[in-house]
Design a protein around this ligand. Sequence first.
Ligand code: LMR
Length: 444
Amino acid sequence: MAVAEFIPSSSASASLNKRSSFYSSQLSYVSTQISYQRRLSVRPLPRTHYSQICCSVSSKETQAPTVVQTDDPKKKAECYGVFCLTYDLKAEEETRSWKKMINVAVSGAAGMIANHLLFKLASGEVFGTDQPIALRLLGSDRSFQALEGVAMELEDSLYPLLREVNIGTDPYEVFQDAEWALLIGAKPRGPGMERSALLDINGQIFAEQGKALNAVASRNVKVMVVGNPCNTNALICLKNAPNIPAKNFHALTRLDENRAKCQLALKAGVFYDKVSNVTIWGNHSTTQVPDFLNAKINGLPVKEVIKDTKWLEEEFTEIVQKRGGALIQKWGRSSAASTAVSIVDAIRSLVTPTPEGDWFSTGVYTSGNPYGIAEDIVFSMPCRSKGDGDYELVKEVIFDDYLRSRIKKSEDELLAEKRCVAHLTGEGIAVCDLPGDTMLPGEM
Ligand code: LMR
């Protein structure tokens, strides 16, 4: 029989003393392995803000089983609880070659995007089937119960690679030792809300999360900002995390790249795996620039395959820029599943070598860029990776007047957004002179 119950964790309690506004608890499993029956008993705490779900031998031993990295049977990880019952009975050989566990933090973890993403992360689809992970999930007070529900569903999914799940509302707790931080949670723009107000509200969230990452995350944490306006949120985040390389911060524009590939494939009448070298330049907004000048279809320049320049410059560009809004009109809410898929794509592009000759788009810090784009903003550009989590900017791209002028518009928009959040980046007093038509893809 296995028993699960909420109990205060000693490490979490210690941090509770330091940060008095948060409670801690731990959901740990006790398994005798005699019977396969399970009982879940929940002892309610006044308020649960930090929980850990992991395999454990008893309420006092809360450490997840360590990954087997040796052939020495004495050093074999102990196996407890429901995860063990799933993998250890039949997958002993696989566990021998598992890598060291990584900590992946996700904010907005009770939301729709995360609900698609977390199960992909846990399945091995993202980091590989030899990569055990610990999920560290950040929610809000309002979403905490839902977050517990997410954790329970993860638990019930019996993923062999998922070794720990922590949930909490304090980024200083949840981001502890994070090697990846996928920052999804942000406030949507409400009716009548000025864009400057949105930048401020969400900017404050990302300033706080940047500080928390700076304080407690791995020194080489890779940060993927998804919450909108993601480019400027990423800038705010990195400015508040001076001890983490600015290069490690990304704003998600992979969804835009995927959308552009789909539209080009449709127009050319080919399957989308024939479309490559697609860059999204700039902001994840309606000024973004899907680059058809450098893109290829079946290895040929797009303009040699799609000869309709008017379509490329006008229709194609606008469809991609406004695809998020078109989706909201259909769904009544922002894209979720395709966003999660694009987060997976974006991470995989960093942890697997880029196919020869190709590249991918991601919003990254511009300082030192070879394209003449303004320094010190987060701008989507073409990148390549060796698969080590790092990337380099692609140099062999060409520009024409059309592309340059479109890029300039997105650059101006991001510079204006940056001035508007100067109070959050430590650069003085904010001045909001945002261009009138500056919008998120979903705002049109
Ligand atoms: C998307 O591109 O689907 C979203 O960023 C749209 C939005 O504004 O939420």
